[in-house]
Write a protein that binds this ligand. Structure first.
Ligand SMILES: [Zn+2]
Length: 232
């Protein structure tokens, strides 16, 4: 039995799921039609950078930041596995990070073979907002390098269910730097929590409590009402 008063947090999802038990951060791209009923992040994904519209999209992101449900930028980042010009990816990424820094919003990051570049950018641009690497499934070396940077957080998703590397990364990450997510998968967030609680050897309720706390702290949201109190 789990305590249904504490909600599951799905830190990064492309699906709008309506459930009393789940708080989610829905991912939107700037051109999307946004439902403002739920928390959301907004950002230019490196796969969808458009030379003609990216600058205008960055302005649009800043407008959405005024919405109190817009609690993060992203997903944004760098991807070396795509053919799109890497220098241009970098410039769009840096602009988004600076915007997030200006508005004190955390960033949800997509990174493919780009960790070192992201670390360098964070340092050079003096970015101090929380950086949440979503779908984290990298090797242990990268994980240990990222762990040393105190503003870095790790969101684990579907690969937790079957990748021993991801499982080891979760095991080696302090509880106060962990998030869980479903991304674009059909896996239920409950299932990912279940797996994470087994790996960390803590109860689901303790895990829910901790991730709720992480969510409030890092995304700077006041969730008194959401904390199950209205159900009490
Ligand atoms: Zn995603």
């Amino acid at each position: 039995m789990t305590n249904t008063k504490i909600k599951f947090i799905d830190t990064h999802t492309h699906h709008l799921i309506e459930s009393e038990d789940i708080i989610l951060i829905k991912n939107y791209f700037p051109k999307d039609l946004i439902s403002s009923d739920t928390f959301f992040s907004i950002g230019i994904h490196p796969w969808y950078i458009d030379l003609n519209t990216s600058e205008a999209e960055i302005k649009l992101i800043e407008i959405h930041f005024k919405n109190q449900n817009c609690i993060a930028i992203g997903e944004c980042g760098l991807d070396r596995a795509i053919k799109f010009d890497y220098q241009y990816q970098k410039s769009i990424f840096i602009k988004q990070l600076k915007l997030a820094q200006k508005h004190k919003k955390p960033a949800i990051i997509h990174s493919v073979k780009a960790y070192q570049d992201i670390i360098n950018i964070i340092k050079t641009e003096k970015i101090t907002i929380p950086i949440i690497f979503h779908g984290f499934s990298k090797n242990q070396h990268i994980h240990s390098v990222c762990l040393k940077i105190p503003t870095f957080y790790f969101s684990f998703g579907k690969s937790l269910l079957n990748s021993s590397t991801t499982q080891k990364n979760l095991l080696g990450t302090p509880l106060n730097r962990i998030f869980l997510e479903t991304d674009d998968s059909q896996v239920a967030i409950e299932e990912i929590y279940q797996k994470a609680s087994l790996i960390k050897n803590i109860s689901i309720d303790s895990l829910k409590n901790q991730l709720f706390l992480n969510f409030q702290n890092i995304f700077n949201v006041d969730l008194k009402e959401e904390n199950g109190e209205k159900l009490a």
